[in-house]
Design a binder for this molecule. Structure first.
Ligand SMILES: [Zn+2]
Length: 85
């Protein structure tokens, strides 16, 4: 995979879309990693539970970008399926 460089000026809207794609890919990767390692969220949150701790990281990542964690996952999914490589 080639990484886009800034030799050619990139229009701001393209740059924003690339940043969004990167964010979605990162969130989707994190989501998959947590699901694989820890499984689904617990029904009840417990502070000392490793599963809850892992999901808390995902939630705070989403919070950093003002995304709702459940919406972020489905948005990342539809984004990934809408992109043609
Ligand atoms: Zn838990």
């Amino acid at each position: 995979m080639t990484v886009p460089t800034k030799i050619v000026p990139v229009p701001p809207e393209v740059e924003a879309a690339l940043a969004l794609e990167g964010l979605y890919l990162a969130l989707e990767g994190l989501y998959t990693a947590i699901t694989d390692e820890y499984g689904e969220r617990c029904p009840e949150h417990e502070d000392r539970c490793p599963v809850c701790g892992a999901w808390k990281v995902f939630d705070s990542m989403c919070g950093l970008f003002e995304l709702d964690p459940t919406e972020a996952h489905s948005a990342a999914n539809s984004w990934a399926s809408s992109v043609i490589y």
